[in-house]
Design a protein around this ligand. Structure first.
Ligand code: ADP
Ligand code: MG
Length: 589
């Protein structure tokens, strides 16, 4: 077949196919242009999911009358000059492709007036060429109207979904730019209704309130992180504000909305041990870094970016979110209908004093531990046990019911994770080695992962066909951990059948390749599931009667935990009934 150069119109449509896939792509490009033009107001009006028309109006810098043709020429841009500029892009657009691409597949009208000009220029493009132009009165800024998208490309139009589904995609685009640019007032009109209206106050929480509702926005925790050239801004939900579905983690890089599974994963990792199974976080994360550190020119619609140092970006996001979460982890309020969630007051000094006296001898017996940056739990006084399951304790502000298994799990989890992270696992040799029969999969793990097993504190030696002798285990499993009392609590929990189960569960976890990699201790990644499984098996069960001394010890350990209020699976370790709630319930107030 002879090779022919394509007619310009055909070439233009092929190129346009890269940029303009659907109505939402048009909206995205036009909104990006408005933001690049420093607009403080952007309004988007859509008819029939954008299939009929799309209009974006801004109050930005406008296009000079003499530049309207060139704005629609391919590869014409005001944002980039030299090849070097491509390596440090600070604007959302840079290829000079959007306007010509849109004009190749739709009818376009533009009205634009730079603030200094006395009249606006008007142009109508048909089939990519200027069909009409003139001057008009108009406010400063730019309005682009796109109608009949793909009217002349029936093949493309066929691939579009229903107006409803296209509308959803458009809403997502505008919502995301609203989250990234809280200082810009966005409005979205969908046929006759208002889809979104933001205040442009500059407070990201206000933007989140407009997108997700005020109830979601109010409790979000601010992200504040800066290290070297990297900074992270944004908001993340505390563990009790979560969602059942994915898609509530929005990632921006220098305020550009990007699809990055890796960075979404970084956010999810930061919630390890804090969310209940099946729940997903809500977060708006804006990673800031010098433009030369990120390549935004790797994807046709710029929806993906490439980092010079991807793991640095990953760690920054994960640390930022983790730090925000660890700074705050509220006690669940008792769920009786009349009880409301109450804030944790700071402990009155007198109370602290009384409890400190009562405990002096116990504390003296404890290892010296690094002081926690903030007292996450007030000092609690143990009163008794309920149903061989819950510890009843009194605090400076009312009553606490502590789930003994969940609390112990939290304590052991942190202890194990810490030993692992410092590569100094607390190991306990077994006086009587434990014979263990394993599956072929487990056997492969034992044979091939010897070093990893040792790092976790396990020593297994071959004993027969698919049988091993367990000679040593992590101290937390053997019920030997730290002080004498701690050991006693741990022993209450233990017992050989449990230990066998625990070793098998550990081998199960080691079958997953991603659980073998050493993690970053400060972010809770990597070894988390292993620590989780060990803690769960070693923790005191519900149904065990505990002595007062053992309960005191457990509560003391919990007070020292980094995240005392939830177990590593994200369930609460305790419920709290405040003094005020009690007074109200008993009609004293
Ligand atoms: P790019 O954004 O990659 O530069 P576009 O095709 O989207 O390419 O736009 C071409 C040029 O038209 C821009 O570089 C800019 O100078 C001008 N322009 C487009 N939209 C606007 C707008 N809303 N306000 C001001 N200038 C605009
Ligand atoms: Mg553009």
């Amino acid at each position: 077949m002879p090779i022919r150069v394509l007619a310009p119109e055909v070439a233009a449509q092929i190129a346009a196919g890269e940029v303009v896939e659907r109505p939402a792509s048009v909206v995205k490009e036009l909104v990006e242009n408005a933001l690049d033009a420093d607009a403080t107001q952007v309004s988007v009006e859509i008819a029939a999911g954008g299939l009929e028309s799309i209009r974006v109006t801004d109050n930005g810098c406008g296009i000079a009358a003499g530049e309207i043709e060139v704005a629609f020429a391919r590869h014409a841009t005001s944002k980039l000059f030299s090849p070097d500029d491509l390596g440090r892009i600070a604007t959302l657009g840079f290829r000079g492709e959007a306007l010509p691409s849109i004009a190749a597949v739709a009818e376009v009208e533009v009205v634009s007036r730079p603030p200094g000009a006395d009249a606006a220029v008007f142009a109508r493009l048909d089939d990519g060429r200027i069909a009409e132009r003139g001057r008009r009165g108009a406010p400063a800024g730019t309005t682009v109207t796109v109608s009949g998208l793909f009217a002349r490309q029936p093949a493309r139009r066929k691939f579009l979904r229903s107006p409803g589904s296209e509308t959803n995609q458009i809403s997502a685009v505008v919502s995301h730019y609203a989250l990234a640019y809280p200082e810009v007032r966005f409005s979205l009109r969908l046929d006759a209704r208002t889809g979104l209206q933001t205040t442009g106050s500059g407070d990201r929480r206000d933007a989140v309130a407009a997108v997700y509702g005020a109830a979601v926005a109010a409790p979000l925790l601010p992200l504040e992180f800066a290290e070297g050239p990297l900074a992270v801004e944004g908001l993340a939900g505390p563990p009790h504000v979560s969602r059942a579905g994915r898609g509530y983690v929005s990632i921006f890089v220098n305020r550009r909305w990007v699809q990055s599974r890796r960075l979404v994963f970084a956010v999810e990792e930061a919630y390890q041990g804090l969310l209940q199974a099946g729940r997903r976080p809500i977060a708006v994360v804006d990673l800031r870094l010098p433009p030369e550190e990120v390549d935004v020119n790797v994807h046709p619609t710029k929806a993906e970016v490439r980092f010079r140092d991807e793991s640095a970006a990953f760690v920054a996001v994960q640390r930022a979110v983790r730090a925000a979460l660890l700074g705050q982890s509220p006690v669940a309020a008792a769920a009786a209908p009349a009880l409301r969630l109450e804030a944790q007051p700071s402990s009155p000094l007198l109370w602290e004093h009384a409890v400190a006296l009562e405990r002096r001898h116990e504390r003296a017996a404890l290892d010296s531990r690094p002081a926690t940056p903030q007292a996450a739990l007030p000092a609690l006084r143990v009163i008794g046990q309920l149903g061989a399951m819950y510890i009843i304790a009194e605090g400076p502000d009312g009553l606490y019911l502590i789930d003994q298994h969940a609390a112990h799990e939290r304590v052991l989890y942190e202890r194990f994770a810490e030993g692992r992270a410092q590569r100094r696992p607390e190991v306990q040799g077994l006086m009587e080695p434990l014979p263990l029969e394993v599956s072929p999969g487990h056997e492969a793990v034992v044979r091939e992962q010897g070093e990893a097993l040792a790092e976790h504190g396990f020593a297994l030696e071959p004993f027969g066909p698919r049988t091993y002798l367990v000679r040593a285990v992590p101290a937390v499993l053997a019920g030997n951990a730290g002080t004498q009392t701690e050991t006693r609590v741990a022993r209450v929990a233990g017992g050989l059948p449990d230990m066998r189960q625990a070793v098998l569960a550990f081998l199960d976890e080691m079958l997953e390749p991603e659980n073998r990699a050493a993690g970053d201790p400060s972010t809770g990644s990597g070894q988390d599931r292993v620590a989780l499984s060990l803690a769960c098996h070693a923790a005191v069960r519900a149904g065990k009667t505990l002595s007062t001394e053992e309960m005191r010890e457990l509560v003391l350990q919990l007070e020292g935990a980094e995240v005392p209020h939830t177990c590593p699976h994200g369930r609460p370790t305790m419920v709290h009934m405040s003094a005020e709630t009690l007074a109200r319930e008993f009609g004293r107030r």
